[in-house]
Design a protein around this ligand. Structure first.
Ligand code: FCB
Length: 466
């Protein structure tokens, strides 16, 4: 008996004391993420109508070198190969988004069976390879027809989104368990309607606050419709960033935290807007768009909060500084340059920020499970022969997984990690210049080459840890 115990202990000790080795909880979900407009291509096939990103990317000056998602990674035609690739990496989960204008070309009414058919085949292919599909319903490709009717600044778009969610669930709900309503509503509202860096390219702070509210309302209405239809797990994905105020103060960090983080967390998870955010919104077009009952509609029980984490935000006080374009209300706040190493996006590399964020979320919003729906980095990858030696990405991912593990050890209810991204893809206003994939894409030939990070990640998945 003593011997047996000793043996068991030795075995356990060996796995956990390999220098730096870390094991994640049983059932931890490992996967990768993409989004429709960034990879699918086939922009005009099988009845798909334009989205705001088609229109925006085709207008000169919006996207680097005039790149568009017309072809992207041609995933629409190559999805079966891409699923095989995922299976080869041992991925347990794949997060993809459904293109609304493929399914409902004008955003409402008529359903395009051929468009739905694509996702039907994709889901079947994933399941045949033992990969769990994680569906995101909105990753920024609003049907252009709905933008023409006012876009997210118009209240009706929220109701149309719930209808669309029900349609997609009607076709895939027998096989898909986890449904994410929105990806990063802050980006959709404030880069899309305020700074104009993203589609639809509007520059109107009042429209952005309305868009933010209608995105939240759309989330709530869709969540309610999905729940009524029997969806097993419902999620909302936010881009969240811990604030670091570099001059020792707090109030500037609080302003930006309100706009970026709490503006979305509080309504969705607590059923109320933070007072400081309401005060800013009131100064930018008023609060007339927030109607009685909206907060109850937004505050639906959800199962998972999807966390997209890339970096912390560094700020300091700078009286007289004008508001940063995507942050109306941030007058007097300076966005400081990152103090240390950055990625090819110029984004700070700060794994500790992920631990801080996850621990804060589980403290402030304890009733919802957490899943990292995006984390990753762009670097200037070079294809050498048949390989991409992206040591910088391996180090980035390793550091962030250690931070995620530390957060779990500190009590965060973190259930999975989906790396951004499976493939190099159309990085919005940067076009194809920024490569986030763990798999390299040669856009001339559409050849896929797993980078060293993909092979490293395969081992992480296999070991359920580092
Ligand atoms: C996130 C987006 C995703 C990708 C990464 C780099 O904001 O959700 O589509 O562009 O950034």
């Amino acid at each position: 008996m003593t011997t047996e115990t000793t043996t068991t202990e030795t075995t356990t000790t060996e796995t956990t004391t390999t220098p730096g080795a870390l094991v994640f909880p049983d059932g931890f979900v490992w996967g990768a993420a993409t989004a429709a407009y960034q990879i699918e291509g086939a922009a005009a096939e099988d009845g798909r109508a334009p989205s705001i990103w088609d229109t925006f990317s085709k207008a000169p000056g919006n996207v680097a070198d005039g790149h568009t998602g017309d072809v992207a990674c041609d995933h629409y035609h190559r999805y079966a190969d891409d699923v095989r690739l995922m299976a080869g990496l041992g991925l347990a989960a794949y997060r993809f988004s459904v293109a609304w204008p493929r399914v409902m070309p004008t955003g409402a009414g008529t359903v395009n069976a051929a468009g739905l058919g694509f996702y039907d085949r994709l889901v079947d292919e994933l399941l045949a390879h033992g990969i769990t599909p994680y569906v995101t319903l909105y990753h920024w490709d609003l049907p252009q027809a709905l933008e023409d009717a006012g876009g997210w600044a118009a209240r009706d778009t929220a109701a149309r989104f719930a209808d669309y969610a029900a349609v997609v669930h009607g076709r895939l709900g027998d096989r898909v368990r986890t449904w994410t309503t929105l990806n990063e509503p802050w980006v959709a509202a404030f880069l899309g309607y305020c700074s104009g860096e993203h589609a639809p390219g509007r520059r109107d702070p009042a429209a952005a606050f309305r868009a933010a509210h209608h995105l939240l309302l759309g989330h709530g209405l869709a969540a309610r419709a999905l729940r009524a239809a029997g969806a097993a797990e419902i999620a909302l994905t936010l881009n969240l960033s811990p604030m670091i105020q570099t001059d020792g103060g707090e109030s500037e960090a609080k302003v930006v935290d309100g706009l970026l983080n709490r503006q979305f967390l509080d309504p969705a998870l607590r059923g109320s807007y933070p007072e400081d955010v309401l005060e800013i919104a009131a100064r930018h077009g008023g609060l007339g768009h927030i109607r009685d009952g909206d907060l109850e509609a937004i505050h639906q029980p959800i199962d998972l909060l999807g966390v997209n984490y890339y970096n912390p935000t560094f700020v300091s006080a700078a009286p007289g500084e004008p508001a940063a374009p995507p942050f109306p209300g941030s007058e007097g706040v300076r966005f400081d340059p990152p103090p240390g190493a950055t990625t090819a996006m110029g984004w700070p590399i700060d794994p500790a920020g992920l631990e801080t964020l996850l621990v804060r979320l589980s403290r402030d919003y304890p009733d919802v499970g957490l899943i990292i729906t995006e984390n990753g980095a762009a670097f200037d990858d070079r294809l050498t022969g048949d390989a991409v030696h992206d040591d910088d990405r391996v180090a980035f991912l390793d550091g962030h997984l250690r931070a995620a593990h530390a957060a779990i050890a500190a009590g965060a209810d973190l259930r999975g990690y989906l790396v951004w991204s499976l493939l190099d893809n159309f990085e919005w206003a940067y076009g194809y210049h920024k490569r986030f994939g763990i798999v390299y894409v040669d856009y001339e030939t559409q050849r896929r080459v797993p980078k060293d990070s993909a092979l490293w990640y395969r081992d992480v998945v296999r070991r359920n840890g580092l």
